[in-house]
Ligand binder design. Structure first.
Ligand SMILES: Nc1ncnc2c1ncn2[C@@H]1O[C@H](COP(=O)(O)OP(=O)(O)OP(=O)(O)O)[C@@H](O)[C@H]1O
Ligand SMILES: Nc1ncnc2c1ncn2[C@@H]1O[C@H](COP(=O)(O)OP(=O)(O)OP(=O)(O)O)[C@@H](O)[C@H]1O
Ligand SMILES: [Mg+2]
Ligand SMILES: [Mg+2]
Lengths: 228, 228
C-alpha cells in the first residue's frame, strides 16, 4: 500500500547541503504494522513527513495505492491525504485555542456526517485514548502525554487506511503506552489499518510486524518479527 | 536545597475544580539526583513548574536554599530563577526565529561576560550534547531530539545550582539518552548540581539517587537507590 523508490531529501544547498535521506527504498503491505527506529537525527521524521505528503522529496518517489503521489496536483494530493492518511506529529500540532474535543472533530468536518454523529465519534475516540473528562480542556490545560493522545485521537477518528505516528508514546508512562498500542493493534486487526510508527522505544517496536532500522538517512537493516 | 511543604495546585473552580497536586511534601538535598515518575496526568510537570517558580501554588510552600520563594517580590523571584535554576521544558520552548546557538547564548546575556566568552560557552555546551555542526540551524531545521538537546544545553550553560528537567530523553534513542545522562551526571559530580528529572523512562530513573513515585497528585512512595 505504501512504497518508496530511491527517496532522497536534501536540506540546504552547495556547501551547506545536508542529506537527511539518501535513497530510501521501503515497501509496506496493506494491514502491516511497521516500526521505524534509529538514532536522533537519522531521518525518521523526514521519512514520515514524505510518506504523509507533508513535504516534497528532493529525488525519488512515494507510491500510495500505486499512485505516484508527487505527480498529483495540489488539490488531488490534499484530497488523498485527508481521505487516506492519519498523521500524529512528534510535536502534536494541536490547535491551541480550541478544546481537545474540537481538535478531534475538525478532521470529521470535511465528511458528510451530522454534527451529532461527529461529536459522538470524537467523544468515543477521546475515551478510547483515556481522556474521558478532559474533552473541554484546551491543549495548554492538558499534560504532555494528554496532548499526545489528543493528537492520536485526531488521527484515528477518521478511520484512516494508513496511520503514520511520530513518537506517539514518547510522553507516556509504560502502562498508558500499552493501552495506546492495544488501541492501535485493534485498528490494525479489525479495520486493516496500515500502521507506520517512528519510535525510540524498542518495547513498542517489538509489538509490530517488522522493524526498519534507519541510520544517517539510509535503511541499515530490517528485522521481520511477524510475517504478514 | 529544595523543599516543598504541603504543596497544592488546583485548576479551575467550583464544580470544575481539578486538583493536579494534593499536598506534596518533598525534600531534596544539595547535590542529589532525584527522578520523579508517574502516570501521564499525575502532576509531574505541575510539580516541576512550581519548583522552578514558573507557576504559583494554590496552597503550600516551596523553599529554595531555605528561602520561601513565593513570598519574594516578582523581581527577586525572577532573579533567583535566573541565577539558580536551569529548566528544560517538556515542549522545549525554544525561540523559533533564532538559531540553536543564539538560543543557548540568551541566558548568558544577563551575565557580565564578553561576547566571545558567551559564544565559546554556548558552542562547548552544544558540542557536549552532540550537536556539533548544527549551531546555525533554527529549531524548525532540527529533529525533535536535537531540539530537546538544545533545550538542555540552554539550561546547563549557566551552570545552575538546580537542574529541573521535564522528560529530557523522551525524543532520544537509547544511545543518545545515555550520553545525555553521562553529561548530567558529570555536572552533578563535579559542580554538585542538584538534579530533578521528570521521566517516563525507568532506565533513566534507575540512574538517579532516589525515585519519587507520583500518582493522582500525591507522592505514592519513594525508592532510595543511592544514599547521599
Ligand atoms: N530544514 C532543515 N535544514 C537543515 N537540516 C535539517 C532540516 N530539517 C531537519 N534537518 C536535519 O535532518 C536530520 C534528520 O531530521 P529528522 O527530523 O528526520 O530526524 P529524526 O530521525 O526524526 O530525529 P529525532 O529522533 O531526534 O526526532 C537532522 O539531523 C536535522 O538536523
Ligand atoms: N490549566 C489546566 N486546567 C485544568 N487542568 C489542567 C491544567 N493544566 C493541567 N491540568 C491537568 O492536571 C493534570 C496534571 O498535569 P501535568 O502536566 O502535571 O501531568 P504530568 O504528570 O506531567 O503528565 P505527562 O506525563 O502526560 O506529561 C493533568 O491531568 C491535566 O489534565
Ligand atoms: Mg523525529
Ligand atoms: Mg508532563
Amino acid at each position: 500500500i505504501v512504497k518508496t523508490l530511491d527517496l532522497w531529501k536534501v536540506y540546504g544547498r552547495g556547501r551547506l547541503a545536508f542529506s537527511a535521506l539518501k535513497g530510501v527504498n521501503l515497501k509496506v503491505k496493506r494491514g502491516e504494522m511497521v516500526a521505524v527506529v534509529g538514532p536522533s537525527g537519522s531521518g525518521k521524521s523526514t521519512l514520515l513527513n514524505l510518506l504523509g505528503a507533508l513535504d516534497h522529496p528532493t529525488k525519488g518517489k512515494v507510491f500510495i495505492d500505486n499512485i505516484d503521489i508527487f505527480r498529483l496536483g495540489d488539490n488531488a494530493l490534499t484530497e488523498l491525504r485527508n481521505r487516506k492518511i492519519g498523521f500524529v506529529f512528534q510535536s502534536f500540532n494541536l490547535i491551541q485555542r480550541v478544546s481537545a474535543l474540537k481538535n478531534v472533530e475538525i478532521p470529521l468536518m470535511m465528511r458528510n456526517i451530522s454534527r451529532e454523529k461527529r461529536r459522538r465519534l470524537a467523544v468515543a475516540m477521546l475515551k478510547a485514548v483515556g481522556l474521558d473528562g478532559k474533552f473541554n480542556h484546551k491543549p495548554t490545560e492538558l499534560s504532555g502525554g494528554e496532548q499526545q493522545r489528543v493528537a492520536l485521537a485526531r488521527a484515528l477518528v477518521v478511520r484512516p487506511s494508513i496511520l503514520l505516528g511520530d513518537e506517539i508514546t514518547g510522553n507516556l508512562d509504560s502502562k498508558t503506552s500499552m493501552e495506546i498500542m492495544e488501541l492501535i493493534r485493534r485498528f490494525n486487526k479489525t479495520l486493516k489499518t496500515t500502521v507506520i510508527l517512528v519510535t525510540h522505544n524498542m518495547q513498542i517496536a517489538k509489538q509490530t510486524d517488522r522493524i526498519v532500522y534507519l541510520r544517517d538517512g539510509m535503511v541499515e537493516r530490517e528485522e521481520i518479527l511477524n510475517r504478514k
